[in-house]
Structure formats: structure tokens, C-alpha cells
Design a protein around this ligand. Sequence first.
Ligand SMILES: Cc1cc2nc3c(=O)[nH]c(=O)nc-3n(C[C@H](O)[C@H](O)[C@H](O)COP(=O)(O)OP(=O)(O)OC[C@H]3O[C@@H](n4cnc5c(N)ncnc54)[C@H](O)[C@@H]3O)c2cc1C
Length: 322
Amino acid sequence: MIRIAGLGVSGAYLYRRLSNAGFKVTAFDPKREGFYLPCGYALNENVARTYLKLINLEVEDYVESRAHNIIFQSGNREIEFKSLGLCTVDKNRLLSDLLGNLPFERRKAPAERDVVTVDATGISRSILGPIGNDFTMHTKEYLTSTASHHEFYFRYFSKGHGYYWEFPLGDHFHVGAGSDVLQLINSSLNVKGSLKVASRNIRLKPALQDIFRENVVGVGESIGTVSPITGEGIMPAMESAELLFQNLTKYENFSELSSNYSTDIIKTFRRYEVLYSLLENARKGKILKLSNLIRYPAVREDFRHFGINLTLYSVAKTLIGK
Ligand SMILES: Cc1cc2nc3c(=O)[nH]c(=O)nc-3n(C[C@H](O)[C@H](O)[C@H](O)COP(=O)(O)OP(=O)(O)OC[C@H]3O[C@@H](n4cnc5c(N)ncnc54)[C@H](O)[C@@H]3O)c2cc1C
């Protein structure tokens, strides 16, 4: 028997994989029906395709808008990158299809010591408990019918204080901002006529060394599988859930399970530790340090994973002139 606490992307995906493979699972999530998820709904459809196929879903059925050129603004300059599959999806419908008719209890997961419990509770990390020196940013996001850009648009705040975004979503847009400085969020968001507004913190510090305790093992944002520089967390959550699924099919013994899963998580998400140290440097005003250049491959890999073809050439072209 396996118990899953939390049915966001990571918990719902894992639940579907486990029940298709014949595992006995109980699942809990107190979220009320129709709850509007605070998320930009952006992902790389080429990455999503691989995982959704494993549960007989097609990513194309959920795509709302595809990116062509992606605009990054820094000061007065705009840099354009090509898309490698960045799109927005109907995340609410995707989540509902991940779960299908699988039963779950609409309440917080109770404490029990005799079953393997998966902490898929995201930012709250309700079951694993708090992490020392955690780092999160505040976010606020609007669903709107207009936006000043009709392409995917990012404007980074200086010194690693987060960014403002506009993402097309079918006939609508998600317009939001994330920062550790509330004033930056409020001053950048000048939204009129919003249809919905949602807000929560996002964990940007990877907790890859802190992913299990007693009979509890974490997946997704509870263990910090969120890019510290782009905030991408949907596909990383699903990827971590797939790693846990693979290990659950191999190991019955919890200590073997946790140690092998740990190794897989560290191998897959090591770049987040590199990127978090880059974020820390930026926050200390050390972004121009030469040592940051050696982190460029991790930056490039991370943007490409999100579906953005970041190239030094595009950056240089904009800074030096076309
Ligand atoms: C404003 C914003 C915009 C974002 N935009 C993007 C984006 O465009 N693209 C992208 O890739 N990522 C984005 N992210 C990040 C991404 O949304 C998350 O990292 C990802 O959804 C995490 O998935 P998860 O399954 O780990 O956790 P969640 O999706 O947060 O799910 C956790 C679930 O656990 C439940 N829960 C909490 N406590 C308990 C408990 N005690 N018992 C049982 N259940 C519990 C909650 O109700 C929730 O349903 C964004 C995040 C924010 C905040």
C-alpha cells in the first residue's frame, strides 16, 4: 500500500502510473473542486509528450498557445529567442484527466507510520516538514483577456529579484510576477479587467539532499524540483514522479528505495544546484563574475528544457548590435 499526499501534477501523475501498474494506492488532497491553480501553465510540449504518452494522454489535446519567438526584456533592450516547444496548456483539464476516475479523499493526508507515504504537497511540504534555509518567492498572477505583448514575454528584475511574465493562453493571457520583494510584484503588475487572480509562494531552492524521512519520500516542488532561474516546475514535477515510480517498481525495502531514488534525483536535477548558486550570486550583485560563465551550460540546458533556445549568439547580437 502506498499513500499519496497531494494531487497536483506530481501526485496525480504518480497515482495514475501506480494504479495502471496494479499498485494499491490511497490519495488525499484538500483542494476544493474548481480551485484555480496559480501557475503560468507553460511547458515544453516535446518534453511533456514523452511523459504523457506513458499514461496514454496526448499533449496536443491540451495545448492552448504555442510560442514562436520568445521575448526577454532587460532594461530597454529586448532579446528574442526561438522556441523549442514552449507552449501553454489547459493545466486544469490535464490535471483532471491525469486523475480520471481514480478515487481520493478531499482532506489533508493523516499521519500514519506503517505505509510508504509520498509527500507531493508542493510548497507546503506538509509531510516531510520544513527545510533549513529554504528560499521561496512570492507570486501573483492574473488571468486576463488582454496583455501588452502577444508573444511569450519575460522581464527579469535586477539582482535576481525574480521576473514579470505574460503568457498567451488561447483567447486569454496569464500575466504575473514573482519576486522576494512584494513591492516589485505590485509595481510591475498594472492589470485591468482581470478574470481571476491567484497567488502563492514558489520554492526556488532545490532540496535534493532532503527528500525522505522515516517512511516518507518527496516528489515535485516539495523537494525543490523547480528551476531557480525560470520557475519551471510542471515537467520537473512529473519527471521526479516518474523516477519515483520506476524505483517503487524495483524496490520494496524503503531504505533501498530511498537511496536509489535519491541518486536518480540528484543526477537528474543537479543543474538546479548550479543555477541556485548563480541566483545567489546575482542577489549579491556578482552577476558579472567570470566564474558565472562556467555555469552557462547549465543555464542553456535549463532554458532548452523549458522550450527556449537560449544562445550566447542571440544575447551578444542584442548587446553589440545586429
Ligand atoms: C504563479 C506561478 C506560476 C508558475 N508558472 C509555471 C509555468 O508556467 N510553468 C511551469 O513549469 N511551472 C510553473 N510554476 C511552478 C509549478 O506550478 C509547480 O512547481 C508545480 O505545479 C509543482 O507541482 P507539484 O505537484 O509538486 O505541487 P502542486 O502542484 O503545488 O500540488 C500540491 C498539492 O498538494 C496539496 N496539499 C497540500 N497540503 C496537503 C496535505 N497536507 N495533504 C494532502 N494534500 C495536500 C495541494 O492542495 C496541491 O493540490 C509556477 C508556479 C507559480 C506559483
